[in-house]
Design a protein around this ligand. Sequence first.
Ligand SMILES: NC(=O)c1ccc[n+]([C@@H]2O[C@H](COP(=O)([O-])OP(=O)(O)OC[C@H]3O[C@@H](n4cnc5c(N)ncnc54)[C@H](O)[C@@H]3O)[C@@H](O)[C@H]2O)c1
Length: 328
Amino acid sequence: MTATSHAPRVAVVGAAGWAGSRHARAFAAAGAKVTVLVEKDERGLALAQELGARLVPSTAELHPEHLDLVVVALPTTMQPVICADLLNRGFRVLTEKPVAADAEGAAVLAAASGVNERLMVGYTLHHHPAAALVSQWIRNKSVIAVSVRSVAHKQNVHSWRADPKEGGVAVVNGIHAIELVSSWFDGDPKLLASSASSSLYGSPVPEHVVCALEFPEGVVFTMQSYWSPWREPQGLNQGDWSLTVDVLTSEGRMLWSNDSLRVWERDGGQNEKTFDPSDLFLLQAEAALKFCRGGTPAVTFAQALRATEISDAVRADALSRAEGMVSP
Ligand SMILES: NC(=O)c1ccc[n+]([C@@H]2O[C@H](COP(=O)([O-])OP(=O)(O)OC[C@H]3O[C@@H](n4cnc5c(N)ncnc54)[C@H](O)[C@@H]3O)[C@@H](O)[C@H]2O)c1
């Protein structure tokens, strides 16, 4: 595959799913030609007709000379093997986050050809206009603490999300914040505390996770992540995901809450900026089209792996605390 001037040709794997259908429509809206959908479910048919794409049942039917990018949006545990195979066959790939449900699962990808150059990891938060402003603001500040609340609305916790191998809410949702916050600080964070519960839906996976970590430079990162049966009044992804990132520094405080950003400066100054609701999948598709013309990935495999390693530590700690609890 070489950089070309025609509309980039894109295939979407897992195209009928929640994320896959958003990717497929977002790439079409961003000017790509969505030529192939890979989907086992018959819901893929209507989407293929809508987009003028061919529907195939397996990635074996994709050919590198006919595609500029393959987007993978499958249950997490399925993604590493499929992405590794696509990379080894010479494709450029955008994979949904996380790169794997755990670091062990990511090993197959780490060994794939071109993993650092031809794989972009779909951490959509990087494409929100507030993310760049926060990243810039905290540079050269004495950060004391970052506190995140991340709540995804789900009617049920079922299908692959309820499979313990997928890791539960910290791996599926909280990892967005783990990845973004860890991109601001160096080194391996130390886990200070964690707690997990499955009492909201009664599924076999952690549905509510709280953790506290400390980066080597002393920044404390606390996170609460849960799936909620209740929709929040505001949120990203058309209201499905409510995210608050509160950054406390010696020089001021910045609060990113969904589509608004507020700053308090030490001299008493205050500022608020409100953004139009962002279609994160569209913004990410636009960035991915630059990547597919040869640009560097917005989120690399190495950065995504770091988030997976941190979430592994949170999961293991929460599990050991739960096992260590003595029933009354
Ligand atoms: N960035 C975000 O905000 C966001 C939000 C939700 C999900 N995700 C990620 O997207 C991925 C998928 O999640 P989802 O909620 O869309 O799941 P989903 O269950 O809605 O969709 C998965 C799709 O994959 C299809 N599929 C399963 N096996 C297949 C196979 N072998 N070949 C082809 N198709 C197959 C299923 O039929 C289904 O349509 C996960 O990795 C998840 O973490 C990201």
